[in-house]
Design a protein around this ligand. Structure first.
Ligand code: F6P
Length: 530
């Protein structure tokens, strides 16, 4: 295994002196370095991966045992070792697959039963006089349904839907303002039902509803694995939708945590969303590595981040309704693969998950693309664009959108040489030193890698496929890095310290065990709190 990493490091060195454009001298690179499913195409030809590099990347995946570990995940083995849990978000979209066994029992009857209850509840709410839904949750209990609800706006024919996540009172206050408490459904989404931000917001929403004539006994629903805690909170059992601990928070949009989305778009469209993910699961399980989209997306990630050493990657959807995708992927990728130790507890010998960031194109073009094109950092870019929009009357907007997307990846690869820049400036009338100086500012180094995912239209089925694609990409990268992608111990310390700081800020405990910086900041803030 070490040999392959070393060989790949040598490939990365060689690639520095190699032009991506020149790789297209092989006639069919555009097809050879792309993967298609029945509906989508993933193009990684505008990267500096050549045939030899790709063979080594595939060998890396084989050596890491990706296929066997993938099968172990789908079959319900406890691959989340630090929590001794199976990882089975795929069971939530296994609509017509076979049984899925966990500890000797088939989980599918329970999954399908909960899904049927969700559909009945969604239909009931959609037919009722509820006009607004507020989903209260954070992290995986917020980002998935919030991102997907925005993405599927053209299919949104249910009540208006809001998402409250931040414990900052501004979030819930701004959201509830103007809502009719008698016609609002509050959904408390929390796997553990202990998350302080969510429980604080849920209590505030309950008090608001009581104060404004609503009835929390019938206008609250809960989505959680902790059904005892939901009943202590006072939520009627028939409005509680449970799930098991083998669904990780950031992988949970497919089950009860997706209830707000299901109410917004209706059970039929939600089914299509699940079926899209199921189609990607089948593809991931069956396709040979070279034809396997999650595999090749993961291998380009490993190449760029771990082997070439680029610390970040930008996700750039040319799809306004996917403007929350970067935030969603930040949790999915960074909470999953932002680890420092390997599964056996030893230190990782290499960098693990990269920084993931981005924004919807074309907005990003007018903000941070300057750095992407001419800055000193190389930022591998991941573009996404649909063939069609949902606005037939505005087809010319979509044409422009596609042109912008493809132009960016072309510009990143092609660049502009000093000669070309000089010709341009000479044509504008410049001469001598000024010609040279001005031209240098207009040079683009080019040779900057990007990938492009294209799909017909952002409908529920396609969105399901896209999210499942990224989930499996994270899985493959985690296996190659030999880390547990399914725990998140790194969020615990901050939570513990916040709890211990509360009495200090409330003034009931001195700041004696705090460091001088923290103690001084507490004192300053308390002095100015009024
Ligand atoms: O951020 C940590 C985390 O545990 C996430 O993994 C999770 O999605 C989020 O908090 C919310 O947790 P819960 O659904 O239990 O409220």
């Amino acid at each position: 295994m070490m040999d392959i990493w070393n060989s790949l490091a040598a490939q990365a060195k060689a690639a520095q002196a190699r032009s991506i454009m020149a790789l297209f001298d092989t006639a069919d690179r555009a097809d050879d370095f792309a993967v298609e499913t029945a509906e989508m195409r993933f193009d990684y030809s505008k990267t500096n991966i050549d045939n030899a590099t790709r063979d080594m990347l595939l060998a890396l995946a084989e050596d890491a045992g990706v296929a066997a570990k993938r099968d172990a995940m789908f079959s319900g083995a406890p691959i989340n070792q630090t929590e001794d849990r199976a990882v089975l978000h795929t069971a939530l979209r296994n609509l017509d697959g076979g049984p899925v066994m966990v500890q000797g029992g088939d989980v599918m009857p329970q999954v399908l039963d909960t899904l049927a209850r969700m559909r009945r509840f969604a239909d009931k709410i959609r037919a009722s006089d509820i006009t607004d839904i507020v989903n209260i949750g954070i992290g995986g209990s917020d980002l998935g349904p919030a991102m997907a609800t925005a993405a599927l706006h053209p299919y949104h024919d249910g009540p208006r839907t809001y998402f409250v996540s931040n414990v900052d009172g501004a979030h819930i206050s701004d959201t509830l303002q103007g809502l009719d408490a008698k016609r609002t459904l509050i959904i408390v989404a929390s796997k553990t039902f202990t998350t302080i931000e969510t429980m604080t917001n849920a209590r505030t929403a309950k008090a608001w509803m009581q104060e404004h004539g609503g009835d929390p006994a019938i206008q609250f629903a809960a989505l959680s694995t902790a059904e005892d805690k939901t009943s202590t909170f006072g939520i009627a059992p028939d409005q509680v939708f449970g799930f098991e601990d083998w669904v990780g928070g950031r992988y949970s949009v497919w089950g009860p945590i997706g209830l707000s989305l299901m109410i917004a778009i209706g059970p039929k469209a939600f089914d299509a969303f699940l079926r899209g993910a199921q189609a990607m699961d089948s593809h991931f399980r069956a396709a040979a590595p070279l034809e396997n989209m999650p595999m090749m997306l993961a291998l380009t990630g490993i190449w760029h981040n771990q082997i070439c050493g680029h610390a970040t990657r930008a996700v750039l959807p040319y799809d306004q309704r996917l403007n929350q995708l970067p935030a969603y992927l930040q949790q999915l990728e960074m909470e999953s693969n932002g680890k420092s130790v390997r599964i056996d507890g030893s230190d990782s010998p290499r960098n693990t998950g990269p920084v993931v960031w981005g924004a919807a194109g074309t907005n990003g073009q007018h903000a941070f693309y300057q750095l992407i094109h001419q800055g000193t950092w190389v930022i591998p870019c991941e573009f996404l664009v649909a063939a069609q929009g949902h606005e037939p009357d505005l087809a010319h907007h979509h044409t422009l959108l596609i042109a912008n997307c493809l132009a960016q990846s072309e510009a990143l690869m092609r660049g502009r040489s000093l000669n070309e820049a000089c010709e341009m400036m000479a044509a504008a009338g410049l001469t001598g030193d000024e010609l040279e100086r001005q031209s240098r500012h207009r040079v683009f180094s080019g040779n900057r890698p990007s990938t492009t995912l294209v799909y017909p239209r952002l409908d529920p089925f396609t969105l399901g496929q896209i999210i499942a694609l990224y989930e499996h990409r994270v899985f493959v990268e985690g296996v190659i890095l030999d880390i547990n992608s399914f725990d998140q111990w790194g969020v615990e310390l901050g939570k513990e310290l916040a709890t211990s700081l509360l009495p200090v800020i409330e003034g009931t405990k001195p700041a004696t065990d705090k460091d001088p910086s923290t103690a001084t900041l507490v004192a300053w803030l308390n002095k100015h709190r009024g």
